[in-house]
Design a protein around this ligand. Structure first.
Ligand code: GAR
Length: 217
């Protein structure tokens, strides 16, 4: 069983999707810890309800990013994860963490990267009249919302000008794709070849080096 640690800052609906998949036997792994920088994060409650070990490291208690990452690294090292999932974790990690766990951290981001790293992705899609919107799952490097791409799920925006509606659709896709990618990683069907920094996919259909799915939602 792969040891999974989830890092989050908020609602934790993606954590819930992972928990549900584990409980349904669709992920061969277990969550050995949920860590949040936000003591108020609802995701912590979701974890506690499942008796999952939760840890809060309030970033406001630390002088700078490096000090916060030192504390985070200590906790992570004890948990000894095979896989760290950033599921709505709204902090930039320094290279101390991304180097230490190179090839073991994945992030989910609500845009079709490299479009719109950072915040307010739904608004940017509306402002730019984009035809498509979607989600990306990638291995994490020290650059914000960057690193080798694993999977993207997209949908046609059509006439939607409502941020909340876009977000709702994004969540639906995230909750389908993130557990699937985690399972592929847990069973070794997807991994990062750290020497070449390329994602390896065993017997999976990829387009230009990543899984690409279109959703009619
Ligand atoms: C998700 O949409 C995720 O893609 C996004 O935060 C949301 C968290 O939702 N992540 C980022 O923006 C990271 N740059 P959740 O707390 O309900 O899982």
């Amino acid at each position: 069983m792969k040891r999974i640690v989830v890092l989050l800052s908020g609602n934790g609906s993606n954590l819930q999707a992972i928990i549900d998949s584990i409980n349904n036997g669709n992920i061969n792994g277990r969550i050995v810890g949920v860590i949040s920088n936000n003591i108020e994060a609802f995701g912590l409650k979701r974890a506690q309800k499942e008796n999952i070990n939760t840890i809060t490291i309030n970033h406001l208690d630390y002088e700078n990013r490096q000090a916060f990452d030192d504390a985070l690294l200590k906790k992570l090292a004890i948990l000894a994860p095979d896989l760290i999932v950033l599921a709505g974790f709204m902090r930039i990690l320094t290279s101390k963490i991304t180097d230490y766990f190179n090839g073991k951290i994945i992030n989910i981001h609500p845009s079709l990267l490299p479009l719109y790293p950072g915040l307010h992705t739904h608004q940017k899609v509306i402002d730019n009249n984009d035809e498509k919107h979607g989600i990306s799952i990638h291995y994490v490097s020290s650059e914000l919302d960057a690193g080798p791409l694993i999977a993207q799920g997209n949908f046609n925006v059509g006439e939607i000008k409502d941020k909340e509606l876009l977000e709702e659709k994004i969540h639906k896709i995230e909750h389908l794709m993130l557990p699937l990618v985690i399972q592929y990683i847990c069973i070794g069907t997807i991994y990062l070849d750290v020497k070449s920094n390329n994602v390896v996919f065993k017997n999976l259909d990829v387009i230009n080096g990543s899984i690409q799915k279109n959703y009619e939602i």
